[in-house]
Design a protein around this ligand. Sequence first.
Ligand code: ZN
Ligand code: ZN
Length: 128
Amino acid sequence: MIEPKNCPRCGVVFLPVTDKICKECVIAEEETYEKVRTYVRDNPHQGLQAVADACNVSVKRLLVYLQDGRLHASEGMDGELTCSKCGVSIRTGRMCERCILDVSFTVKDMKQQAEDRARISGKYHTTK
Ligand SMILES: [Zn+2]
Ligand SMILES: [Zn+2]
């Protein structure tokens, strides 16, 4: 059972079947995205701010596209998108390839560490 709700983008009441925003907004969002994608393809030397101005979208929105991997930074955007872990300039996504590899290792390590810590604190609790 899907409850009708207000579209967070335009406020209209709709049934959130597949999307979090209403159909009108999905179409509008797609159009915006297409506009941005085409503009970046045709103007590869523009920075984020210039693209935002030309396409009438916010820089924040462009960063979301980049982080989601829907948009690849062009030459003009070098340095605008950075790895959330080590800060190097990246073209798409949230982290550079090295850090992505790193994280997949670290997650395993962290799990191990958490288990170790749990064991140690467990000891402390029992000796108290
Ligand atoms: Zn809407
Ligand atoms: Zn990195």
